[in-house]
Design a protein around this ligand. Sequence first.
Ligand code: AHM
Ligand code: MG
Length: 337
Amino acid sequence: MTNTNQKRTLGEFIFDNQSSFPYSTGELSKLINAIRLAAKITNHEVNKAGLVDILGDAGITNVQGEDQQKLDVYANEKFIQTLKQRGIICGIASEEEEDFIAVNSSDGKNNNKYVVLIDPLDGSSNIDVNASVGTIFSIYRRISPLGNPVELKDFLQPGKDQVAAGYVMYGTSTMLVFTTGNGVNGFTLNPALGTFYHSHPNMQFPETGRIYSVNEGNYVHFSKGVKAYIKYCQKEEEDRPYTSRYIGSMVADFHRNLIKGGIYMYPRIGPKQNGKLRLTYECNPIAFLTEQAKGKATTGTKRIMDIEPTELHQREAIFCGSIKMVEKLEEFILNED
Ligand code: AHM
Ligand code: MG
């Protein structure tokens, strides 16, 4: 067994790397620290979910018209509260809230420069069956002037302007994986000590892989190119058929593919529909991590991080993962008749 004492803690990693964080004034470090704290609080609740009355439907519907689970509500509150209280952000937007939340100081002004967009508990249909769920976050510098109230445009920046992004996976182990634009690093929580250790340095997608992850129940709605690519994955030829693996929890599906090599797909479901996943809360942070891990993230025809968001809860199709697999999929989409 590896001695965790030999590994750096997340706190040590942040301290050692502070100078390589964009603009390095220490605020981004504090922000990552606040996410670490909220992750630990949420993790504690997720871990004992089967024992207490927190499973199931909270009886409220969120802005997407979906039932909110009690743990969704809990995680949403904890992340917002923790980030607000630390005095390091000027605003936060959550997948579970209709509008962004402005964070003001007591004088009504806010000189903090960062905004956070967060999906507090993604994959919530997995909660009641004790499968992995995750938190996804994305951090930008505000573009409105310091001291002024935060504005919608601060949250609607293209993914390429992110300064940091990451996820927490509440799985067999709890992990925090993030990037500040200098590669992707993963930290595993030692639950006995309550400390994250640097278990996965410099995570990178294998150039290619043998796993494809998609909800094939939606097959009938996919475009011809996507259908043809799925048939290609299933064909007995060279190193195929590939293996189909789909948990229905983006963080868990993405994390597995990052380690083993693979492609995650949530295509458009019908010609008039966008995908299911939200550009700002899910696609952009995952795309930033993908590119930092030497993979590729696209809508099929366009780089995810080049899209200019027009609304907070906008949905997009996404294909991400090992570069060669994503490029092959793009070929099928380009050549569909
Ligand atoms: P959620 O934000 O409502 O939890 O939905 C997002 C989740 C992703 O984690 C997952 O990849 C996808 O929805 C699964 O959707 P589906 O059940 O349609 O395959
Ligand atoms: Mg989600």
